[in-house]
Design a protein. Structure first.
Length: 187
């Protein structure tokens, strides 16, 4: 479920049934794709993987917070590794879990990195500041699709066509400050 619902977006934009729900859902999903990685969650990037015939192991560049018994969602690591898995063993820089009917492989680097996300303890749909930030992003994404030349004004007063520029995130930074993952602030 998206942080911003189709009904909320329709109400704010005042579009009624003018646009299909599928188009508006794409906008809501795009907003989530921008916002959710910036919020604090128990996650790590897997930099490599290996497997035996009964277990799979994911490797990390830095120490992680996962423990044996955690249920994790693994994405972008390959079909044999992806999915919801229960951790059976941990070391400082890796986790291991059970798989079935696999061919053994040596340790391979992942490009791009995979993502391992632990149990979520925060419901971002209950946080009004996060909800407002998501709605603001959704409106801007929708407006950029419909009227791409309606950008802001640059510091020198000239018109700027870049509605989807880095100022998009600057608009919501204050709203999400209390929930921003410090790892997302690099760069």
């Amino acid at each position: 479920m998206s942080l911003t619902t189709i009904a909320e977006l329709k109400a704010v934009l005042g579009v009624g049934s003018l646009y299909s729900d599928a188009i508006l859902q794409e906008v809501c999903d795009a907003s989530d794709a921008v916002l959710l990685p910036m919020l604090w969650v128990k996650s790590e990037f897997a930099i490599a993987h290996s497997k035996t015939t009964t277990t799979a192991t994911l490797y990390f560049e830095t120490a992680h917070d996962f423990i044996v018994g955690d249920s994790v969602v693994i994405t972008n690591c390959g079909s044999a590794w992806n999915g919801t898995k229960t951790i059976t063993a941990v070391s400082e820089l890796s986790i291991t879990y059970t798989i079935s009917a696999a061919t053994a492989t040596d340790k391979n680097t992942l490009y791009p990195y995979g993502l391992v996300t632990g149990d979520t303890t925060t419901d971002w749909t209950a946080d009004s500041a996060i909800q407002e930030a998501s709605l603001m992003l959704s409106v801007d994404i929708f407006q950029a699709r419909q009227v791409p030349s309606s950008g802001g004004v640059a510091i020198d007063g000239s018109a700027s066509p870049w509605r989807m520029s880095n100022s998009l995130l600057a608009k919501i930074r204050g709203l999400i400050a209390h929930a921003t993952d410090p790892r997302s602030m690099v760069g």
